[in-house]
Write a protein of this length. Structure first.
Length: 215
């Protein structure tokens, strides 16, 4: 399972990349706006830390998306062009597939959207589970349905679980065999934590102090 950081903050990427577990980053226009930094510089800086950096197109028509896909993919070989799940987006995915440009389809909320994006040639699809949870439904059900469809056919497209909100989302996505999870910094930094690890280490330290004092 690949783990991505869902952020436009380069310092966060640099920090988590040092753990040796980070496979990529997903950015989106809202995350970029929050940081207030230059988009291209941000993407290029992230590309020095990880081999996959999703950069989202902001055009909504095919010609505009195509031009941005060409531009972003020329910035660095680690760039993955993020394309919204629309009809214009499908055309863009197909164009990118033919040109060998890697893509991530964003804002996927149904199995049918997932299938269309995969057939159009998406490298990655991103179902947003947290936003479904926010409606009072279970976003993880969508991942289960997509993984079942993926088991029935031979789609090469990787399923990225997006809009994760807490550590249980990542464990559940792994149980379902999702290929990738993208995780906000506040959740990522909780993943190594366990109260019993802290308690156990504290006890080991205290006991070792007793051994040291006996010498
Ligand atoms: C994924 O690529 C998106 O950037 C992200 O996961 C959206 O998460 P949100 O629903 O918390 O905004």
């Amino acid at each position: 399972m690949k783990l991505f950081l869902d952020t436009a903050n380069v310092e966060q990427v640099a920090e988590i990349a040092q753990w040796g577990v980070l496979d990529g980053v997903t950015t989106n226009p809202s995350l970029v706006a929050k940081e207030g930094k230059d988009f291209k510089e941000t993407v290029l800086a992230m590309c020095t830390h990880v081999p996959n950096v999703s950069a989202q197109v902001t055009a909504t028509d095919f010609d505009g998306m195509k031009a941005q896909a060409d531009e972003y993919s020329g910035w660095h070989k680690h760039v993955v062009v993020k394309v919204p799940m629309t009809v214009e987006g499908l055309k863009t995915l197909s164009y990118c597939k033919k040109k060998g440009i890697r893509t991530n389809t964003t804002l996927v909320f149904s199995v049918n959207q997932a299938i269309l994006a995969a057939k159009a040639g998406a490298t990655i699809i991103s179902p947003f589970i947290g936003r479904i949870d926010d409606l009072g439904q279970d976003g993880m059900d969508l991942i289960a349905e997509i993984m079942q469809a993926w088991n029935n056919y031979n789609f090469d497209t990787e399923v990225l679980v997006a809009s994760t909100r807490h550590p249980r989302h990542i464990a559940d996505a792994a149980q379902l065999g999702a290929h990738i999870c993208t995780i906000p910094y506040s959740v990522f930094t909780k993943l190594p934590m366990h109260i019993l690890t802290d308690k156990g280490l504290d006890q080991f330290q205290k006991d070792w102090e007793l051994v040291r004092k006996k010498k």
